[in-house]
Ligand binder design. Structure first.
Ligand code: CU
Length: 360
Protein backbone atom coordinates (compact mmCIF):
# COMPACT_ATOMS: atom_id res chain seq x y z
CA UNK A 1 0.00 0.00 0.00
CA UNK A 2 1.28 3.42 -0.88
CA UNK A 3 0.93 6.00 1.83
CA UNK A 4 -0.30 9.26 0.34
CA UNK A 5 1.97 12.23 0.85
CA UNK A 6 0.14 15.36 1.92
CA UNK A 7 2.20 18.32 0.88
CA UNK A 8 2.77 21.10 3.38
CA UNK A 9 1.35 24.51 2.68
CA UNK A 10 3.94 27.20 2.03
CA UNK A 11 4.69 29.26 5.13
CA UNK A 12 3.39 32.84 4.87
CA UNK A 13 6.30 35.26 5.20
CA UNK A 14 4.66 37.11 8.10
CA UNK A 15 4.66 33.88 10.14
CA UNK A 16 8.34 33.11 9.68
CA UNK A 17 9.27 34.91 12.92
CA UNK A 18 7.25 32.30 14.83
CA UNK A 19 9.60 29.63 13.53
CA UNK A 20 12.75 31.66 14.04
CA UNK A 21 12.04 32.12 17.73
CA UNK A 22 13.07 28.55 18.48
CA UNK A 23 16.62 29.68 17.89
CA UNK A 24 16.35 33.44 18.52
CA UNK A 25 13.77 33.97 21.29
CA UNK A 26 12.57 37.57 21.52
CA UNK A 27 12.47 39.42 24.84
CA UNK A 28 9.26 40.78 26.31
CA UNK A 29 8.35 42.73 29.45
CA UNK A 30 5.22 44.15 31.03
CA UNK A 31 1.85 42.98 32.23
CA UNK A 32 0.18 39.72 31.37
CA UNK A 33 -1.51 40.02 27.97
CA UNK A 34 -4.65 38.11 29.00
CA UNK A 35 -5.13 38.66 32.75
CA UNK A 36 -7.89 37.33 34.98
CA UNK A 37 -8.34 38.18 38.67
CA UNK A 38 -5.79 36.13 40.64
CA UNK A 39 -6.36 34.45 44.02
CA UNK A 40 -2.63 34.54 44.83
CA UNK A 41 0.11 37.01 43.97
CA UNK A 42 3.78 36.14 44.33
CA UNK A 43 7.03 37.77 43.26
CA UNK A 44 10.37 36.34 42.21
CA UNK A 45 13.54 38.08 40.99
CA UNK A 46 16.52 36.58 39.25
CA UNK A 47 19.35 36.38 39.35
CA UNK A 48 20.78 36.94 42.80
CA UNK A 49 24.32 35.81 43.57
CA UNK A 50 24.65 33.31 46.39
CA UNK A 51 27.74 31.66 47.88
CA UNK A 52 27.12 28.05 48.83
CA UNK A 53 29.38 27.20 51.76
CA UNK A 54 30.98 23.76 51.58
CA UNK A 55 31.83 21.61 54.61
CA UNK A 56 35.52 21.82 53.65
CA UNK A 57 35.47 25.61 54.21
CA UNK A 58 35.45 26.91 50.64
CA UNK A 59 32.33 27.93 48.69
CA UNK A 60 30.73 27.67 45.25
CA UNK A 61 29.19 30.68 43.46
CA UNK A 62 25.51 29.99 42.74
CA UNK A 63 22.63 31.99 41.26
CA UNK A 64 19.27 31.92 43.00
CA UNK A 65 15.73 33.12 42.40
CA UNK A 66 14.81 35.54 45.21
CA UNK A 67 11.47 36.42 46.80
CA UNK A 68 11.95 40.22 46.94
CA UNK A 69 9.00 40.57 49.35
CA UNK A 70 10.50 38.32 52.05
CA UNK A 71 13.52 39.94 53.69
CA UNK A 72 13.98 37.05 56.13
CA UNK A 73 13.63 33.91 53.98
CA UNK A 74 13.68 35.33 50.46
CA UNK A 75 17.29 34.44 49.71
CA UNK A 76 18.00 30.74 49.97
CA UNK A 77 19.12 27.79 47.90
CA UNK A 78 17.14 25.98 46.59
CA UNK A 79 15.03 29.09 45.98
CA UNK A 80 12.13 29.65 48.35
CA UNK A 81 9.37 27.06 48.14
CA UNK A 82 6.10 28.20 46.53
CA UNK A 83 3.05 26.73 48.27
CA UNK A 84 -0.37 26.92 46.59
CA UNK A 85 -3.79 25.31 46.88
CA UNK A 86 -5.51 23.42 44.11
CA UNK A 87 -7.60 25.86 42.08
CA UNK A 88 -5.45 28.91 42.86
CA UNK A 89 -5.05 31.39 40.02
CA UNK A 90 -1.56 32.81 40.40
CA UNK A 91 0.03 36.03 39.24
CA UNK A 92 3.79 35.72 39.56
CA UNK A 93 5.67 38.96 38.99
CA UNK A 94 9.09 37.93 37.77
CA UNK A 95 11.89 40.48 37.57
CA UNK A 96 15.03 39.89 35.55
CA UNK A 97 17.58 41.86 37.58
CA UNK A 98 20.57 40.94 35.46
CA UNK A 99 20.35 40.02 31.79
CA UNK A 100 17.23 38.14 30.58
CA UNK A 101 15.71 35.00 32.12
CA UNK A 102 12.44 33.07 32.35
CA UNK A 103 10.62 31.01 34.94
CA UNK A 104 9.21 27.70 33.77
CA UNK A 105 6.49 26.29 36.05
CA UNK A 106 7.48 22.67 35.55
CA UNK A 107 4.50 20.32 35.30
CA UNK A 108 1.88 23.03 35.83
CA UNK A 109 1.18 23.34 32.07
CA UNK A 110 0.10 26.97 31.66
CA UNK A 111 -0.46 28.54 28.23
CA UNK A 112 2.72 28.90 26.09
CA UNK A 113 2.89 32.65 26.89
CA UNK A 114 2.97 31.80 30.62
CA UNK A 115 5.06 28.63 30.57
CA UNK A 116 8.45 30.32 30.66
CA UNK A 117 10.09 28.24 27.94
CA UNK A 118 11.90 31.06 26.19
CA UNK A 119 12.44 29.25 22.92
CA UNK A 120 8.67 28.76 22.54
CA UNK A 121 7.68 32.25 23.67
CA UNK A 122 10.08 34.92 24.96
CA UNK A 123 12.71 35.72 27.53
CA UNK A 124 11.78 38.22 30.23
CA UNK A 125 13.39 41.65 29.86
CA UNK A 126 12.74 43.91 32.87
CA UNK A 127 9.78 42.04 34.36
CA UNK A 128 6.70 40.06 33.42
CA UNK A 129 3.60 38.86 35.27
CA UNK A 130 3.16 35.15 34.59
CA UNK A 131 -0.35 33.77 35.08
CA UNK A 132 -1.24 30.15 35.76
CA UNK A 133 -3.77 27.94 37.51
CA UNK A 134 -2.70 25.28 40.01
CA UNK A 135 -5.08 22.64 38.68
CA UNK A 136 -3.77 19.49 40.32
CA UNK A 137 -2.38 19.01 43.83
CA UNK A 138 1.13 17.58 43.74
CA UNK A 139 4.89 18.14 43.75
CA UNK A 140 6.26 20.49 41.09
CA UNK A 141 9.17 22.89 40.71
CA UNK A 142 10.03 26.14 39.00
CA UNK A 143 13.26 27.01 37.21
CA UNK A 144 14.85 29.36 34.72
CA UNK A 145 14.66 28.06 31.16
CA UNK A 146 17.20 30.36 29.50
CA UNK A 147 20.51 28.74 28.52
CA UNK A 148 18.89 25.98 30.54
CA UNK A 149 21.74 23.50 31.09
CA UNK A 150 23.77 26.24 32.75
CA UNK A 151 21.09 28.32 34.51
CA UNK A 152 19.47 25.26 36.11
CA UNK A 153 22.86 23.95 37.20
CA UNK A 154 23.70 27.35 38.70
CA UNK A 155 20.80 26.97 41.14
CA UNK A 156 17.91 28.83 39.52
CA UNK A 157 15.19 26.51 40.82
CA UNK A 158 12.84 25.92 43.74
CA UNK A 159 10.06 23.54 44.75
CA UNK A 160 6.43 24.34 43.98
CA UNK A 161 3.91 22.44 46.08
CA UNK A 162 0.20 22.42 45.31
CA UNK A 163 -1.86 21.26 48.28
CA UNK A 164 -5.41 19.94 47.95
CA UNK A 165 -8.12 22.53 48.77
CA UNK A 166 -7.94 21.50 52.47
CA UNK A 167 -4.37 22.85 52.64
CA UNK A 168 -1.08 21.67 54.11
CA UNK A 169 -1.14 18.38 56.04
CA UNK A 170 -3.37 16.61 53.51
CA UNK A 171 -2.22 14.86 50.35
CA UNK A 172 -4.17 13.59 47.34
CA UNK A 173 -3.85 9.81 47.02
CA UNK A 174 -5.88 6.82 45.89
CA UNK A 175 -8.45 6.26 48.66
CA UNK A 176 -12.03 6.40 47.29
CA UNK A 177 -13.54 5.86 50.74
CA UNK A 178 -11.69 8.94 52.05
CA UNK A 179 -12.41 11.16 49.06
CA UNK A 180 -8.86 10.47 47.77
CA UNK A 181 -7.22 12.25 50.69
CA UNK A 182 -4.78 11.25 53.43
CA UNK A 183 -3.45 13.23 56.38
CA UNK A 184 0.27 13.29 57.06
CA UNK A 185 2.14 14.40 60.17
CA UNK A 186 5.64 15.08 58.86
CA UNK A 187 6.59 16.44 55.45
CA UNK A 188 10.13 16.09 54.08
CA UNK A 189 11.82 17.27 50.88
CA UNK A 190 14.72 15.45 49.25
CA UNK A 191 16.09 17.40 46.32
CA UNK A 192 19.45 15.93 45.31
CA UNK A 193 21.67 17.94 42.99
CA UNK A 194 25.34 18.00 42.08
CA UNK A 195 27.79 20.68 41.02
CA UNK A 196 30.49 20.85 38.36
CA UNK A 197 32.51 23.80 39.65
CA UNK A 198 34.00 24.55 36.21
CA UNK A 199 30.49 25.52 35.02
CA UNK A 200 30.10 27.95 37.92
CA UNK A 201 32.75 30.28 36.50
CA UNK A 202 30.76 30.86 33.27
CA UNK A 203 28.69 33.89 32.21
CA UNK A 204 24.89 33.99 31.72
CA UNK A 205 25.11 33.50 27.97
CA UNK A 206 28.02 31.07 27.85
CA UNK A 207 28.04 29.02 24.63
CA UNK A 208 24.68 30.36 23.46
CA UNK A 209 23.98 30.87 19.79
CA UNK A 210 24.74 34.29 18.33
CA UNK A 211 21.38 35.55 17.04
CA UNK A 212 21.24 36.85 13.49
CA UNK A 213 17.54 37.45 12.79
CA UNK A 214 18.19 37.64 9.06
CA UNK A 215 19.66 34.14 9.11
CA UNK A 216 18.71 32.54 12.44
CA UNK A 217 20.00 29.07 11.61
CA UNK A 218 23.39 30.08 10.23
CA UNK A 219 25.72 27.28 11.23
CA UNK A 220 28.60 29.54 12.22
CA UNK A 221 26.41 31.33 14.77
CA UNK A 222 25.99 28.20 16.89
CA UNK A 223 28.72 27.39 19.37
CA UNK A 224 30.66 24.27 18.52
CA UNK A 225 32.87 24.22 21.57
CA UNK A 226 31.85 24.69 25.14
CA UNK A 227 31.66 22.33 28.10
CA UNK A 228 27.91 22.11 28.74
CA UNK A 229 27.87 18.59 27.30
CA UNK A 230 30.67 17.52 29.62
CA UNK A 231 29.49 17.18 33.22
CA UNK A 232 32.06 16.43 35.91
CA UNK A 233 30.44 17.15 39.26
CA UNK A 234 32.52 17.04 42.41
CA UNK A 235 30.04 18.47 44.94
CA UNK A 236 26.99 16.40 45.86
CA UNK A 237 24.10 17.84 47.81
CA UNK A 238 20.55 17.23 48.94
CA UNK A 239 18.04 20.10 49.33
CA UNK A 240 20.82 22.67 49.34
CA UNK A 241 22.96 20.84 51.91
CA UNK A 242 26.34 19.77 50.48
CA UNK A 243 27.75 16.48 51.70
CA UNK A 244 31.23 16.41 53.18
CA UNK A 245 33.70 14.68 50.88
CA UNK A 246 35.27 12.55 53.59
CA UNK A 247 32.08 11.49 55.39
CA UNK A 248 29.15 12.16 53.04
CA UNK A 249 26.42 11.80 55.64
CA UNK A 250 23.85 14.57 56.03
CA UNK A 251 22.11 14.96 59.39
CA UNK A 252 20.97 18.55 58.74
CA UNK A 253 17.20 18.75 59.55
CA UNK A 254 16.54 20.11 56.04
CA UNK A 255 17.26 16.56 54.87
CA UNK A 256 17.31 14.06 57.76
CA UNK A 257 13.78 13.17 58.79
CA UNK A 258 12.53 12.89 62.35
CA UNK A 259 9.11 11.47 63.29
CA UNK A 260 7.36 9.54 66.04
CA UNK A 261 6.36 5.89 65.69
CA UNK A 262 2.81 5.74 64.36
CA UNK A 263 3.10 9.01 62.47
CA UNK A 264 2.75 9.32 58.69
CA UNK A 265 5.65 10.88 56.76
CA UNK A 266 5.14 12.39 53.31
CA UNK A 267 8.45 12.41 51.45
CA UNK A 268 8.61 14.55 48.31
CA UNK A 269 11.60 13.72 46.12
CA UNK A 270 12.84 15.74 43.13
CA UNK A 271 15.90 14.98 41.01
CA UNK A 272 17.24 18.53 40.51
CA UNK A 273 20.51 17.44 38.97
CA UNK A 274 21.97 15.88 35.84
CA UNK A 275 22.89 12.50 37.26
CA UNK A 276 20.68 9.43 37.49
CA UNK A 277 19.89 9.21 41.19
CA UNK A 278 19.20 5.94 42.99
CA UNK A 279 17.44 6.11 46.35
CA UNK A 280 17.40 3.38 48.98
CA UNK A 281 15.47 3.63 52.26
CA UNK A 282 15.57 1.19 55.15
CA UNK A 283 11.81 1.55 55.64
CA UNK A 284 8.82 0.38 53.61
CA UNK A 285 7.35 3.17 51.53
CA UNK A 286 4.23 3.53 49.42
CA UNK A 287 4.67 5.47 46.17
CA UNK A 288 1.47 7.50 45.76
CA UNK A 289 2.30 10.06 43.06
CA UNK A 290 4.72 10.73 40.23
CA UNK A 291 5.44 14.02 38.47
CA UNK A 292 2.52 15.85 40.04
CA UNK A 293 -0.03 13.13 39.27
CA UNK A 294 -1.49 10.97 42.05
CA UNK A 295 -1.39 7.30 41.02
CA UNK A 296 -4.81 5.69 40.58
CA UNK A 297 -6.78 8.86 41.30
CA UNK A 298 -9.27 9.97 38.63
CA UNK A 299 -9.15 11.51 36.08
CA UNK A 300 -5.58 10.33 35.34
CA UNK A 301 -5.62 7.19 37.43
CA UNK A 302 -7.09 4.69 35.03
CA UNK A 303 -3.70 3.40 33.96
CA UNK A 304 -1.77 3.55 37.24
CA UNK A 305 -1.98 2.63 40.90
CA UNK A 306 0.08 3.24 44.03
CA UNK A 307 2.57 0.55 45.00
CA UNK A 308 4.67 -0.47 47.96
CA UNK A 309 8.45 -0.37 47.88
CA UNK A 310 9.69 -2.79 50.55
CA UNK A 311 12.58 -1.52 52.69
CA UNK A 312 15.95 -1.54 50.88
CA UNK A 313 14.32 -1.69 47.42
CA UNK A 314 16.05 1.02 45.37
CA UNK A 315 14.27 3.35 42.95
CA UNK A 316 15.83 5.63 40.35
CA UNK A 317 14.89 9.11 39.19
CA UNK A 318 16.32 11.04 36.25
CA UNK A 319 16.41 14.84 35.86
CA UNK A 320 13.20 16.63 36.90
CA UNK A 321 11.36 13.47 38.01
CA UNK A 322 9.29 13.77 41.17
CA UNK A 323 7.89 11.04 43.41
CA UNK A 324 5.73 11.29 46.52
CA UNK A 325 6.19 8.52 49.09
CA UNK A 326 4.25 7.77 52.28
CA UNK A 327 6.12 6.14 55.18
CA UNK A 328 4.36 4.82 58.27
CA UNK A 329 7.07 3.60 60.64
CA UNK A 330 5.85 1.79 63.75
CA UNK A 331 9.11 0.76 65.42
CA UNK A 332 11.46 3.38 66.92
CA UNK A 333 14.99 3.43 65.55
CA UNK A 334 17.37 5.20 63.20
CA UNK A 335 16.81 4.04 59.64
CA UNK A 336 19.52 4.77 57.08
CA UNK A 337 18.73 6.13 53.64
CA UNK A 338 21.06 6.92 50.75
CA UNK A 339 21.25 8.58 47.35
CA UNK A 340 23.70 7.27 44.77
CA UNK A 341 24.60 9.57 41.87
CA UNK A 342 25.37 7.95 38.50
CA UNK A 343 26.89 9.79 35.54
CA UNK A 344 24.33 10.56 32.78
CA UNK A 345 26.53 9.15 29.99
CA UNK A 346 28.95 6.63 31.46
CA UNK A 347 26.61 5.24 34.14
CA UNK A 348 29.54 5.35 36.57
CA UNK A 349 28.65 5.86 40.22
CA UNK A 350 30.09 9.23 41.22
CA UNK A 351 29.04 9.49 44.85
CA UNK A 352 26.89 8.04 47.60
CA UNK A 353 25.34 10.45 50.09
CA UNK A 354 23.75 9.05 53.23
CA UNK A 355 21.10 10.43 55.53
CA UNK A 356 18.60 8.99 57.98
CA UNK A 357 15.01 8.73 59.11
CA UNK A 358 14.85 8.84 62.88
CA UNK A 359 11.75 7.31 64.46
CA UNK A 360 11.27 8.28 68.11
CU1 CU B 1 18.30 32.32 33.91
Amino acid sequence: MTIPVISRMPMPTEESAAFFKHVCPPTFAGDNPDPVEPTVRIARDLVVDFALALPEGDSVPMWIIEDPEDARLGRQFPSKLIRLREGDVVHAKVGAKKNTHTIHWHGIEPTPMNDGVGKHSFEVGASFVYQFCARQAGTYFYHCHKNTPLHFEMGLYGLLIVDPPEGQGVVTRLAPEQGHREHYDVEAFWVPDEIDRRWHELGHEAFMQKCDEADPVRRDDFSHGGILNDFRPDVFLVTGVPAARRDPKIVDPRVAVSAHAGQTILLRVLNAGYTVQRFTLDLDAEVIAMDGRPLGVPPYGVYSSPFTLPARTPFQLTSAMRWELLLKPTVPGTYPAQVEYFHWVTGKRLATVRTQIKVL
